[in-house]
Write a protein of this length. Structure first.
Length: 482
């Protein structure tokens, strides 16, 4: 057992199985490829992997038992997409369809408009549901004279893609969604309640890890390459379902499902089970047997970019700058009983992956809507935390009677993701067996707006942007403008 923990699991002739595990995708195919790694030397091995491929048209679904899987729609000809664009342009008004560098949405006026719709027996319109086509939040402004709390950012006409997601007609980027904003506002609402961390985690169970260790001990050292499918099947069976945990918000929200999808698909990319539409160095492509122990548990987390907030001198304006999202890593080891312990070792392949993912994030978000959505969720939480911190609720006398009431405007209407199957990407490489991957999304909005993480408006450009907004001449019932 000591040799197992320290030196790796020797299978035959100095060859070991490099192993990574993650929630299993559906609609996958098995393929064999050649992998070459450079670290302390060059290793060549054969990968037997479940490869999903480039899935911009993919999302996740949760069944009645709470088990999550990938849903995929393919429009190879592009005809359906072109038709959707034409229909969307025709359905939207000219003003709403027109791209805008800086669209403004008054939150309290929007709530008043939604309240009127509900009182008349109607649901919020698509214009309301997708925040007038805004694709991101750049500013939060407060106007004491009119008591308006305003979000501002780029916008364009929107359509519904093949998976039911609202995306930009021109850019294809994900829209801001009212139901997600409501979750963020409730998390940091007028009552002053604060949530430290919002996030999710997908992890193997202790029992599953213990069964995996038992299997590996019982397997012996007689494996050959032709045993790979049997090893993979046995590992999947021994590990069983992984557990999905949601923190800080209701798991029955669209917000929560986006967190899970972003985490889930990041892991697929990391271990080579999904090919991203932009160049990212996967973990398995760089994993070195000399640097990774067999029982190492790689953990990757999305966190906000905490150097991405600028505040005006009077506090009435905040700007969210930068890319907003980082992927970071942490290493653990798995004991024989399946428990896990943090280590101080830094894995070079893991660091290369998280750095590559972070650097490619803006391009990835433009091609995979879920990562634009994740950025938007983080920005919504940071914006909501700032609104609460500055007491814009109290200054505006906005009690959020509609947005804050689940009975009036329900958003906790989705099946909660609770478990996912395990998929195994097995690579014969060198002489080390690498074990599962965990991690998740950890968002601490209060840290983003703490004194040590904000930037000052030294040149006054943020204050100037605030003062440039015309708000006094809005028509009755108008809640957005350019």
């Amino acid at each position: 057992m000591d040799r197992f923990c320290r030196r790796g699991w020797l299978l035959k002739s100095g060859i070991c199985l490099l192993l990574a595990l993650v929630a299993a995708p559906c609609l996958a195919q098995t393929t064999t490829t050649t992998d070459t790694t450079t670290d302390t030397g060059t290793d060549t091995g054969t990968d037997t992997a479940v490869v999903v491929g480039n899935l911009p048209g993919a999302g996740v679904v949760v069944d009645a038992a709470g088990v999550l899987s990938i849903k995929r729609q393919v429009d190879n000809s592009g005809t359906l997409d072109r038709n959707r664009r034409r229909e969307a342009v025709a359905a939207l008004g000219r003003d709403l369809a027109k791209p805008s560098d800086l669209r403004k949405v008054s939150l309290n006026r929007l709530e008043a408009a939604v309240t009127r719709e509900l009182r008349e027996g109607r649901r919020p319109s698509e214009e309301m549901a997708y925040l007038a086509g805004m694709t991101s939040i750049r500013y939060v402004f407060y106007y004491p004279e009119t008591h308006d709390i305003v979000l501002a950012g780029p916008a364009e006409g929107f359509m519904i893609d093949e998976l039911g997601r609202p995306v930009g007609i021109v850019s294809g980027r994900a829209m801001l969604q009212l139901e997600d904003l409501i979750v963020a506002l409730r998390t940091f609402g007028p009552d002053g309640h604060k949530v430290g961390t919002v996030g999710c985690s997908i992890d193997p169970t202790q029992e599953g890890l213990a069964r995996m260790q038992d299997f590996l001990r019982s397997f012996g050292n007689q494996a050959v390459r032709s045993d790979t499918p049997a090893i993979v099947e046995s590992l999947q069976r021994s590990l069983g379902l992984q557990t999905v945990t949601i923190n800080g918000i209701s798991p029955n929200t669209h917000f929560a499902n986006i967190l899970v999808e972003a985490d889930y698909r990041m892991k697929l990319i990391g271990i080579g089970l999904e090919v991203p539409p932009v160049r990212i160095r996967s973990f398995v492509s760089g994993a070195s047997p000399s640097a990774v122990s067999r029982n190492a548990l790689q953990r990757w987390y999305f966190v906000p970019d905490y150097e991405s907030v600028r505040v005006s001198d009077d506090g009435n304006a905040v700007e969210l700058i930068g890319d907003g999202v980082k992927l970071v890593g942490a290493d653990e080891v798995v004991r024989a009983d399946g428990t896990r312990q943090q280590t101080k070792r830094s894995d070079r392949a893991s660091k290369a992956f998280v750095d590559s993912f972070t650097n490619a994030y803006p391009q990835l978000a433009s091609k995979m809507p879920v990562y634009a959505q994740l950025r938007n969720l983080i920005d919504m939480l940071v914006a909501s935390a700032y609104i609460q911190q500055q007491d814009f609720y109290g200054q505006a006398e906005w009690s959020m009677e509609t947005f804050g009431n689940e009975q009036v405007l329900p958003v906790e209407i989705y099946a909660a993701a609770r478990q996912v199957d395990t998929a195994v990407n097995a690579i014969w490489k060198g002489n080390t067996l690498m074990t599962p991957i965990g991690g998740g999304v950890h968002i601490n909005p209060l840290k983003a707006i703490s004194a040590e993480h904000i930037q000052s408006d030294e040149e006054g450009t943020l204050a100037a942007a605030h003062d440039k907004v015309e708000i006094k001449n809005l028509a009755d019932g108008q809640w957005w403008w350019d």
